[in-house]
Design a protein around this ligand. Structure first.
Ligand SMILES: C[S@@+](CC[C@H](N)C(=O)[O-])C[C@H]1O[C@@H](n2cnc3c(N)ncnc32)[C@H](O)[C@@H]1O
Ligand SMILES: Nc1c(NC[C@H](O)[C@H](O)[C@H](O)CO)[nH]c(=O)[nH]c1=O
Ligand SMILES: N[C@@H](Cc1ccc(O)cc1)C(=O)O
Ligand code: SF4
Length: 462
């Protein structure tokens, strides 16, 4: 039988001389048989599955469907038919960042925030008091969790002791400037954690990159830093900044960022001090299919070391439109829908020790986001209420989903909508007719988030 091949779907991996390339001595059929039997996959197996076979050029649609089906069956065996989501808020504290990642358009050069800069900045910085107010309003609306990730503002330090140490440091090494230089500054990380811990809200914050920023110029360990953050109210850590966990790719897309070993060390330390973790991959730019699988291998090994602390894996498809990588012609687009589906499916099959795989409507939109719940994913993200990272990169799928949106979408594919806590330990199946609203948050009483926003006179975002 001849297969329909889609050359457009092949990762554009011809432009870089990478060492990690999709070549294996495994065959596609063997790899698929191992996946279906529930055997632990190795990197060669993963490469065969994610490419639909290194013996064919491009993606073979018939083989792809078999990989997606195997992942869907695995998902059913592991977590059943429920589709979960969380009532949450994104609160980004600052866009000031000089790290210069070439896939990112969230950042604004930090000097545009300085008091003496005579121009406008496109960015924003929230003081701890302002952050607290944003979280308090959302908590009243019924959220369970606040997710907070930010730029690496030069005046952001862990606490006052860290500020004192950084004042003595060489700024060329630490990228430190004192808070007085800025028209407005974010306070310390500890102050922000404390401010955002309103009531019993779950605080999901401090990526490994931010953890590194909070210890720069000191000989503190990541355990010290995450321990102090946990004391200030941090509950769990977002595993972004992972991008692709292979240094030859990081050297191209984010040379200013921590390397793979540092990212893993920060995550392991956060796990050691008792924090839950999530893990991500940001794919669809310059990397090869082999890099994606090596990344999954790193995450699976990390999950063993942290004894299951990773609650979910989140594939983040690169949004290319308004990014330096695209504008400078380094890439000519992001992942194709076929690559997205295979990324989700192979994540499910490879990560046999991570229970949940998220399908992100911010990245895929509703239609494809729902489709990927039928090829390995079981979680459909959260309400978020506000979104800056993807929007600034040119993403077009909005900033908010209501409970009624979720219920309608999830039922339309014949599955059961379930409100969850961040750690998935609390779950509430949503039954009956709407209007529906959150019930797990500390102040949630079932009132729809959206109507509470309307009542409060805050416009819905989409
Ligand atoms: C914008 S950073 C904010 C937190 C912190 N500065 C850091 O890098 O960890 C959070 C994550 O957003 C993701 N991201 C940024 N730009 C993106 C884009 N254009 N498409 C997809 N994901 C993107 C990356 O995975 C990045 O690690
Ligand atoms: N909380 C989650 C988000 N939030 C959206 C982010 O602001 C951002 O758009 C982005 O995802 C970074 O690449 N997005 C998710 O995909 N999953 C989440 O759990
Ligand atoms: N970094 C993204 C995406 C993300 C966050 C937390 C996660 O656990 C997973 C993904 C955000 O700001 O929300
Ligand atoms: S991804 Fe994070 S560290 Fe990199 S430029 Fe964007 S905000 Fe800064």
């Amino acid at each position: 039988m001849t297969s329909a091949l889609d050359p457009e779907a092949v990762p554009d991996d011809g432009d870089f001389e990478f060492d990690v390339v999709p070549e294996t001595d495994q065959g596609f059929e063997n790899a698929l048989a191992k996946a279906r039997a529930g055997d632990r996959l190795d990197v060669a197996d993963g490469i065969e599955l994610i490419t639909t076979g290194t013996d064919v050029d491009g993606i073979d649609h018939e083989r792809k469907e078999r990989v997606l089906q195997a992942a869907d069956e695995r998902r059913r065996d592991v977590v059943g038919e429920d589709v979960t989501f969380v009532a949450n808020l994104n609160n980004n504290v600052t866009t000031a960042c000089n790290t210069g990642c070439l896939f990112c358009n969230f950042k604004d050069t930090a000097h545009t925030f300085e008091a003496e800069y005579d121009g406008e900045t496109d960015g924003f910085t929230k003081t701890p008091t302002e952050s607290r107010q944003v979280v308090a309003d959302a908590l009243d609306m019924g959220i369970y969790e606040v997710t907070s990730v930010s730029g690496l503002h030069p005046a952001f330090a862990l606490d006052d002791e860290h500020h004192e140490m950084l004042r003595e440091s060489d700024w060329r090494e630490t990228n430190y400037k004192p808070p007085e230089r800025y028209a407005k500054h974010p306070g310390t990380y500890v102050e922000q954690m404390d401010a955002m811990s309103v009531g019993d809200v779950h605080l999901h914050s401090m990526t490994p990159e931010e953890g590194y920023h909070a210890k720069r110029g000191t000989d503190w360990t990541y355990e010290d830093v995450y321990g102090r953050l946990a004391d200030a109210g941090l509950d769990s850590v977002p595993g972004t900044a992972a991008e692709i966990l292979v240094d030859e790719v990081r050297d191209v897309i984010c040379p200013g960022k921590i390397d793979t070993g540092e990212w893993l060390a920060a995550m392991e330390a956060a796990g050691n001090v008792g924090l839950d973790l999530t893990a991500t991959i940001m794919y669809g730019h310059v990397e090869t299919a082999a890099h994606r699988v090596v990344h999954l291998d790193e995450v699976r090994a990390l999950q063993e070391r942290v004894d299951g602390a990773i609650t979910e894996f989140v594939p983040l498809s690169f949004v290319h439109q308004q990014t330096p990588l695209f504008e400078h012609g380094v890439v000519d687009g992001g992942a194709s829908p076929a690559e997205d589906a295979l990324m989700i499916a192979v994540s499910r099959l490879y990560l046999d020790n991570v229970e949940h795989v998220q399908s992100s409507w911010v990245k895929y939109g509703d239609e494809r986001g729902l489709k990927y719940l039928n090829c390995g994913a079981d979680d459909f993200m959260g309400t978020i209420l506000s979104e800056e990272i993807t929007k600034r990169a040119g993403g077009e799928y909005g900033e908010f989903r209501s409970f009624d949106d979720y219920v309608e979408m999830i039922r339309s594919i014949g599955r059961r909508p379930v409100e969850r806590s961040t750690d998935y330990r609390q779950r509430r199946a949503i039954e009956g007719d709407g209007p529906h609203g959150p019930r797990l948050g500390p102040r949630a009483d079932g009132t729809p988030l959206l109507s509470r926003r309307d009542v409060d006179g805050v416009a819905a975002d989409d």
